[in-house]
Design a protein around this ligand. Structure first.
Ligand SMILES: O=C(O)c1cc(=O)[nH]c(=O)n1[C@@H]1O[C@H](COP(=O)(O)O)[C@@H](O)[C@H]1O
Length: 277
């Protein structure tokens, strides 16, 4: 999917929402547990309740890998379902991988070919040769971690390079920009640290940013949009638990839709304020 196609979808749906399918067997309604593939059944219902409000789904691989072979099957079933019934939607494999090139080559093939996702999250800390194997795929996206949403992000990401005056996350953005382009790379910037969006935008004015941390982690959509939104929106904002576990009774799809709808409505206002719709 191209950046333009992503933007067209954003304008059409008046939304830049990504629903995170961080599906846990212990949190899904009991009546689904008797199904052959309960995680897939849950995902399918969440997708049916939110697909007109979301432009992307993000599958965090940890929640599937924990179940071994059956988890991988749930993952594959979910991706195939989205591709078949909602082919306009952007699919992110949230893997946060980082390894030497020979291994990265296999990860890239796994997420882009075997699983057929549009994007994969990657840790930048092994440097250029560890990221290039992902960038070899046409029409696929590599999403590099810049500012993560967790509390300990400052342990490394904001350390200053005395030679350049840049912080580590700025070095990540500045260097990696030359590995790919704004047509095949995005950066993760957590909604919980809105004060860093201006610095990321200074270096990467046109790249799409994947923004987790709205919802359960308490990030503000308003603040993210203030300094992160570009002329083609440039934002994909994720909420996982805040949507999919809004209610874990039989009514979970209704409550999940309500939460997704609330976010979409806020996004519509922000897109209008920016003059994009
Ligand atoms: O790459 C990510 O998606 C990610 C990066 C980051 O800095 N923080 C972060 O929370 N995430 C992921 O985004 C999702 C957030 O989930 P909720 O807090 O439930 O909305 C999880 O899948 C996290 O693994």
């Amino acid at each position: 999917m191209t950046a333009q196609e992503l933007f067209e979808q954003i304008k059409k749906k008046r939304s830049f929402l990504c629903v995170g399918l961080d599906t846990e067997l212990t949190k899904i309604p009991e009546h689904l547990l008797s199904k052959e593939d309960p995680m897939f059944e849950f995902n399918k219902k969440i997708i049916e309740a939110t697909h007109d409000l979301a432009i992307a789904y993000k599958l965090n691989l940890a929640f599937y890998e924990v179940h071994g072979a059956s988890g991988w099957i749930s993952l594959m079933n979910t991706v195939k379902y989205i591709r078949k019934y909602h082919p306009e939607i952007f699919i992110i494999a949230d893997a946060k991988r980082g390894d030497i090139a020979n291994t990265a080559r296999m990860y890239a093939k796994a997420y882009f070919r075997s699983l057929n996702c549009d994007a994969v999250t990657v840790s930048p800390y092994l440097g250029q040769d560890s990221v290039m194997p992902y960038l070899e795929y046409d029409n696929k996206w590599t999403i590099l971690l810049a500012i993560t949403s967790n509390e300990s992000f400052k342990d490394f990401q904001t350390i200053e390079n005395k030679d350049t005056g840049n912080k580590v996350f700025e070095e990540v953005v500045l260097k990696s920009m030359h590995w790919g382009s704004d047509a095949n790379m995005m950066y993760v910037v957590g909604a919980t640290h809105p004060e860093y969006f201006a610095a990321v935008r200074k270096h990467a004015p046109n790249h799409f940013l994947l923004v987790p941390g709205v919802g359960q982690q308490g990030g503000s959509l308003q603040k993210v949009a203030e300094s992160g939104m570009t002329d083609n929106c440039g934002l994909i904002v994720n909420s996982s638990r805040g949507i999919i576990y809004a209610d874990i009774s039989g009514n979970f799809t209704v409550e999940a839709r309500k939460r997704a709808f609330t976010l979409q409505q806020e996004m519509e206002i922000l897109l209008k304020q920016k003059g994009l719709i």
